[in-house]
Each structure stands twice: as C-alpha cells, then as structure tokens.
Design a protein around this ligand. Sequence first.
Ligand code: CP3
Length: 343
Amino acid sequence: MAEKLLMRALAGETLPVPPAWMMRQAGRYLPEYKATRAEAGDFLSLCYNPDLAAEVTLQPIRRFGFDAAILFADILLVPQALGADLWFVTGEGPRLSTIEGMDGVRALKPAEDVHETLAPVYETVRILARELPSDVALIGFAGAPWTVATYMIAGRGTPDQAPAHALKDGERAAFDALMARITEATVHYLSAQIEAGAEVVKLFDSWAGSLKGDDFDRYAVQPARAIIAALKARHPDVPIIAFPREAGDGYVGFARATGADCVALDNSVSAEWAAREVQKDGCVQGNLAPGHMVTGGQPLIDDVRRIREAFSGGPHIFNLGHGITPDASPDNVALMLETLREG
Ligand code: CP3
C-alpha cells in the first residue's frame, strides 16, 4: 500500500494535490454530530465515551472523504485531568476553576496522573486506529502550554488573555511552575495517544498571537520545543504539527526553532508570503478563511485555487486557518474539496 498522502506531505514531499482535512471537522455544522452529541448527553460526556467519540470522528470522513481524521476530544481535558473543575455552558463556552498563584499550582495533580482521567481518550484512539479507512491518517492533539494556561488561569476564554498575562508578569514563579506542569502532562498525554495509534500529533497554541517580544520565545517556542524533543526521543518517526495561531512574523523559523515537522498557518497571513517565508523550511498547513464555509460561491472557489497554487512549490496540507464554525454549510465543505481536487 502506498503511504498515506498526509504522511507523505509531512515527510516533505510536494504532491500534485495536497492532502486535506479541516479543524473542527467533527462539529455542530453537521446534523449527524448533533445527533450523536444528544445521544451522549453533553459535550464532555461525548469526549469521554470512546464509541461515540470515535463515531463523530468518523462522520466527516464518511461524508466528505478527508485525508486525515482528528481525534475527537478537547484541549481542556488536560486541565481537568490535572484536577481543575471543567464544564461547558451552552452557547457560551468552557468554564474552569481558576488557578490563584503558587498554592493553586501546588494543588494540581502530578503530571503522570493524567492517564487516570484520560484513559477513555486513548481507547477512542485505539478504536479509530482499527476502523479508519486505510488511506486516512489519524491525528492526535493537545493544547500548547500557554493556551491551556490561559484557560486555567482565567477559568474561561478571554479576548486578550489578560488574567494569564497578569500572572505571568506579576507572579512569574507560579506562572512558570504552571507552564512546567502542563508541559509535562502534555508529553504524557501525547505519548499515550501515539502508543494507542495516533500517527501524527498537533499542538494547538490558539492564543500564541498575544505573546509579544521575548514572551513569544519563552512561552510559545520553548514549550513547543521541549514537548517536541521529548516526543521525538520516544517516538522519532511520528511527525508533529505546531499551530502558533496569529504568530505573524513568529511563524518564520518556528519549525526550525521547535523541531516541528509542519507549521499550521492561520488566515491572517497571506499564502504567498507564507510560501516564501515559512514553507522554505518544510511542510505548511492552511490557510483558507473559515468564513468561506458559511458564504461559499465563487469567492470560495477562487481562494481555494489561490492557496493551492501559492503552496504548490513545496509540501502542503490543505486546511482552514481556524476551526469551521457552527453556522457553516456542509455543501461548502464539499465544494472546497471538489475545487481542491479538480484537475
Ligand atoms: O478539530 C476537531 O474536530 C477535533 C476536536 C477538537 C475540539 N476542540 C472539539 C470541540 C479540537 C482539536 C479542539 C481544540 C480546542 N478546544 C482548541 C484549540 C483550537 C481552537 O479552536 O483554537 C480550543 C481553544 C478549545 C477549547 C474549547 N472547546 C472552546 C473555547 C470551546 C467553546 C467554543 C466552541 O466552539 O463551542 C470548546 C468546545 C468544543 N470543542 C466543541 C467541539 C466540537 C463544541 C462543543 C459542542 O459540541 O457544543
């Protein structure tokens, strides 16, 4: 059997048609997802139900024929496994108990204990490794330490990550201890996903863009580098995708600085710029604006062609610049793939 397209792109091969998948491809824009979530009861119950989590992972593969499946779980399961309370408020998003300084960090569980809570996720991975079509690659994931820390400190999503910046700048030792604990937990979590059958892992640093100056190196580059080094020591053949979202100029050299095999790009940077400045170091992923999945039509077609063309000189994985939104139309997803794969 020829190697999967996604693995070939990650190994540095330039392909005539790039492999494609979509962030949040299993999600509320799909009626079958909503039905399975209702069967599970709620979002977190779905994450911890291996049969149903595997089912929603497979739904977009069956419907659209993506080249990769991403494990259905959430980046906030790691804080929960470290002892934080976690719940989701419908229509609003996640809520967590907050970390208030060094005492809060000390009260967290040891990093190696995360497996107790996360074992069902590894079972989801094992089911998927058995059930996925043989040409579809299985991607595991975790949040990067800074992004996870922003939720643990604020107890919710924040527009500017102000509470996390305040702890970082005001109580550096506590902040660094928290980052270290998350980093260690993430290595345990991703290693276990790989041992269960994940072929690729991705680190989501959704709030990397708010780290400026030296902070970007210290809290986006260095933690990614530490996690990637630890994973490569245990699993040298498993490629790693890093997504320092809205890093801007920080994307340049990110793969070299961290050891990532691929850098995922958001849609605030142009594909033409990224092809010159980022793809010169290896595989890139991205970066269609997710809004096209709502609006569709000729602008969608034109942008898919433009992005494919811009990245055609090197290894590329086609994706959105961020997750697909609940108001998107499945027809536009099909149109995106049809356009990408046309002659
Ligand atoms: O991409 C996938 O399809 C795989 C599963 C996945 C989810 N979340 C499922 C999910 C992945 C990879 C994530 C990552 C994630 N989770 C990130 C990083 C990527 C990004 O989007 O920037 C972040 C920041 C989170 C935390 C999180 N989870 C938030 C802020 C929210 C609420 C916002 C929202 O979209 O509802 C979630 C909920 C969530 N995670 C949903 C899904 C499908 C929606 C929950 C539902 O069904 O009601």
